[in-house]
Ligand binder design. Structure first.
Ligand SMILES: Nc1ncnc2[nH]cnc12
Ligand SMILES: [Zn+2]
Length: 331
């Protein structure tokens, strides 16, 4: 039985496996510039975040109908459940779909077709977080938030993703203020490729409650101290960091140093179809490459539920934490 865990950094579009991409392409009459899944997989040798994002946006062309988004989310939830994920807070990128003529309603209702039944079908509770694309304009982000207003019973928060360097968080002050006024939770990618200052800005200007990645905080000891003191969760994605060359190898990942510093670290998969593993694979990878023992694994699992947005269901959070505490390794 796998260790129970929450996944807090997962892009729905990043769960598009090559086989499903080809199946959806055929269903929707979309032509992909790859002959088969094998050739597509060869394109997964990334140099950096941008080289990944180019493929990530290209393959989204196959996602057109509510059913496509529902199938995508169901495929993820099934795999995640098999790896011990009990709760998933799932990002999606509405602007990338709206720009292709696929409306907010299609995306949200499609994803909801799977998420709304996830507990019965997969035993996984879920939340949905819409992300703004930081390499698009602040006005475009405001338009996306406006388009989301009819669906706010389905969306619990906002995030910020896409190409980081050159797009500091402060660009999105206004849309984050508007999101906060609507009662939405706030997170942002920061310190993946961008400097530690972007993490500080995300906290101070955007008011984020969690930092996605946050890896580069380790370059600034005063920032680390602050993140520890304020108990700001970091949603780390180790296999993603290797594939996008944020770290040289898994053995060089700063996770042990980050845990040692007292940071509230969590381990997640980011875009599992592209980076070679789902949540449980990421847990196993850091255990094996970094020699983390059972107590570290249990701590990471506890952190994932502690850092989740389950304030609306503390009873459930307590139940999940009790599952982690009772977990017997090797069972
Ligand atoms: N790791 C990542 N960083 C920034 N934007 C993303 N969009 C999907 N995955 C991402
Ligand atoms: Zn991400």
């Amino acid at each position: 039985m796998p260790l129970p865990k929450a996944e807090l950094h997962l892009h729905a579009e990043g769960t598009l496996e090559p086989e499903l991409a080809f199946a959806l392409a055929a269903r929707n009459g979309v032509e992909l510039p790859y002959t088969d899944t094998e050739e597509l997989r060869k394109a997964y040798a990334f140099e950096d975040l941008q080289s990944f994002l180019n493929l990530y946006y290209e393959l989204m062309a196959v996602l057109r109908t509510e059913r496509d988004f529902e199938d995508l989310a169901n495929a993820y939830l099934e795999r995640a459940a098999a790896q011990g994920v009990r709760h998933a807070e799932i990002f999606f990128d509405p602007q990338a779909h709206i720009a292709r003529g696929v409306g907010m309603g299609t995306v949200v209702e499609g994803l909801w077709g799977a998420l709304g039944r996830s507990e019965e079908n997969h035993g996984v509770s879920t939340r949905l977080i819409m992300c703004f694309l930081r390499d698009e304009s602040a006005d475009s982000a405001l338009e996306a938030l406006e388009a989301a207003k009819p669906y706010l019973d389905r969306i619990i928060g906002v995030g910020l993703d896409s190409a980081e360097v050159g797009h500091p968080p402060a660009k999105f002050r206004e849309v984050y203020e508007a999101a906060a006024a609507l009662g939405l939770r706030r997170v942002a990618h920061a310190g993946e490729e961008g400097p530690p200052e972007y993490i500080t800005e995300a906290l101070d200007v955007l008011g984020v409650e969690r930092v996605d990645h946050g890896l580069r905080c380790m370059e600034d000891p005063a920032l680390v101290e602050r993140l520890v003191r304020e108990r700001v969760p970091l949603t780390l994605c180790p296999l993603s960091n290797v594939r996008l060359r944020a770290v040289d190898s898994l053995a060089d990942h700063p996770l042990p140093a980050m845990l040692g510093a007292g940071l509230l670290c969590t381990v997640n998969s980011d875009d599992p179809a592209y980076f070679g593993g789902y949540a449980g694979d990421n847990f196993h990878a850091v255990r094996d490459a970094l020699g983390l023992g059972e107590e570290h694994m249990r701590r990471l699992a506890r952190n994932s539920f502690a850092a989740s947005f389950l304030e609306d269901d503390e009873e459930r959070r307590a139940r999940y934490l009790a599952e982690v505490d009772a977990y017997e390794f090797g069972s």
